[in-house]
Every structure is written in C-alpha cells, then in structure tokens.
Write a protein that binds this ligand. Sequence first.
Ligand SMILES: [Zn+2]
Length: 381
Amino acid sequence: MTDKLYYRDAYLFAFDARVVSCASSGDKFEAVLDRTAFYPEGGGQPGDTGVIGGVRVLDTVSRGDDVVHICSGPVSGRVAARVDGERRLANMRAHTAEHIFSGCAHSLYGAENVGFHMGSEGVTVDLDIPLTDEMLRNILVKANGVIMSDAAVTCYYPSEDELAGLDFRSKKEIDGPVRIVRVEGADVCACCGTHLSRAGQAGLLMAVRTAPCRGGTRILLKAGKDAFEDYYFKNRELSRAASLMSLKEDETADGVAALNSKIDELKREVRDLKDRNFALMCEGAQTGAVPFVFADGLAPADVMRFADMLAEKHGRGAVFSGDDGSGYMYAVCSRSGGCRELSRSLNAALNGRGGGKDEGAQGRVNASRRAIEDFLYSKSV
Ligand SMILES: [Zn+2]
C-alpha cells in the first residue's frame, strides 16, 4: 500500500522514495513507490505528471491501494521525485473552484452536481437543473465572493458519529472512510482529490459555456490563470470588434445585429440592380438557335437567373459568362422545353460538360466566344 503524501500535504511536490516495483508494460514502465506525492487519476481529477529518478512520469493511476506511476523508462532503488507543480496547482485551483461553484448552485437553487470532468479546456460540471442566465450569474457572483473572502478549505476524515450529523454533497455511495472537503461558509462535499488550502488561491472563477444536458445544464468553468487567459483573450477580441465598428464595447452585439440587417438590405439592393441590368441586356440579346447574351463576371446562380429572365421575355434564352482563356459558364432556359438536348449539343460541339432538365440546364464549355457564337448561329432554330 503506497503512503499517499498528497493527502497530508497537497502542496508537497518534491520528495524522495524507494521503488517497490517496476514492471514493463508495452513500451512503458509501471513503477510503484513506498510513498508518493503523485496524485492518481480519480474523482474527476487527472493523474499527475512529473519526474522520478530522472525518468518522465506520463500519468499516474490507482490500482487497489497502490499508486502506479506510468513512466517512460525503468526506475529502481532510492529516487528523488518531482511532481509537475504548475499543472497540479492548476488542477487544484480548478477542482476547488468547482466545489465552490457546485456548493453555491446547491445552496441557492438546490442543484445537484451529477457529473464532473477536468480536461484541457477547463472543468465541466453537470447540474441536474436548467439554469437561466440570471441563475448562472447569481451562482458566479456568490462563488467569486467566497473566493474573494479567501475562505479556508479543509480536508478531513470525520468519525462515524460526526458524519451521521453532517449535511454534505456526495456524487455516489462511498465504501470505507469518507473524506470531507469543507470550504468554509460555502460547501461541504465528500471528495478524494487534491484541493487548495484557501479559496482565494483560485483567483477567479468564470463559466465560459453552458449547454442543456439530460434535463439539466452542462457548464464549462475556468479558474485561476486559465480564467485570466480567457478573459484577456476575450477582452482583446471584443475591443478589436468594437473599434472596427467604432462602437463602445457594450454596444458590440447590437452593432453586429445592425450590420447583419444592413448586409441583408444591401444584398436585396444588389439583386434589384442586377435584375434591372439583366432586363436591359435582355433587350439586346442576339438571336441564334436561341436568344443569347454574353455577360462578364457573373456568379453561377446569376447565370441561371439571367437565363430564366431571357426565357421569360423571349420564351427561351442562353447566357454565357467567362473568357476565351478559361472558357464560359452557361445556362439555358426555355418555357417550351428542349434545354437538355441543347445542352448536350453545346457540350459535344464545344468541349463542354453539364446538363439539367428540359426547362433549364447549365454547364461549362471550353471554347472561345467566337466558336460559341458560330455554333449558335449555325444551329437551326
Ligand atoms: Zn474535490
């Protein structure tokens, strides 16, 4: 049974120990020490990384009463060991902040924490109730108040009698002694993880994303340095967006909504102008196998719409857009059918591809304007 130093002092990162066993497993080694400060994955908190005897510890897991260090190489004898302290501290901040958040959600709204995961993005908490924006804000205000008050955080094993009279949160039935983590004035919860000794070290707590989840709410939390980095990034992006629109930061969302309306209005204006231009060009259509028009720089959808307008005016029509170097997009439309046949002849004569229905077809031909015109004039109407 490994002596678990992290339960006596969660801030102990450097220690020495004796290697009890070290067995190879695939291309890695599993080392057990007589004592360790490495926290093994459990209770939603990831396993620690670090160095043992100069060898990297890639992960730490529990196996029965032992703590198993997953190492990149073999270790033996007496070793000096060091946990990656910054990573562990970040986990302790996030984990403690999660307790405070869940405790406040529980005391304010009776919410139960039904899921907890610490990942690279932050801490994910699942509450069993839907949260409105106002409820979330109230929880965060209360939780950050607890952090700013620098409430004491204590971990202990109460006696059975004490435990019987204790009102505490617990995610599951627990076998054996129950370890209680108390955040003074905010939360009492059964937990096996590592925590800060003072709430103030969490620094800052923020919910950065929420989503409905199985009738409740899934919340992504960031704490400490992670919350600061997130705030710094978002502040910079919001300032940039506001400055680009010459607005105050608290007017940015309304500004984007107004821009979207303006864009929709401009799209309608552009469409109207195009239609008027197409209508004028319809007047000057040349007549070959069908009335046809060459127009520069049209988008594929416009080629078809223009051809449809030609057909509206002349019964049928073809529109070509492109240049002699890269070929021409085309669309043909007819109120009396025959477009598929015309498209097939165009493709065959002018190295093209495409097709469609009898009322409308489109494609592309690799030929010069002159060759296309010759084809259309030579083809019988
Ligand atoms: Zn915990």
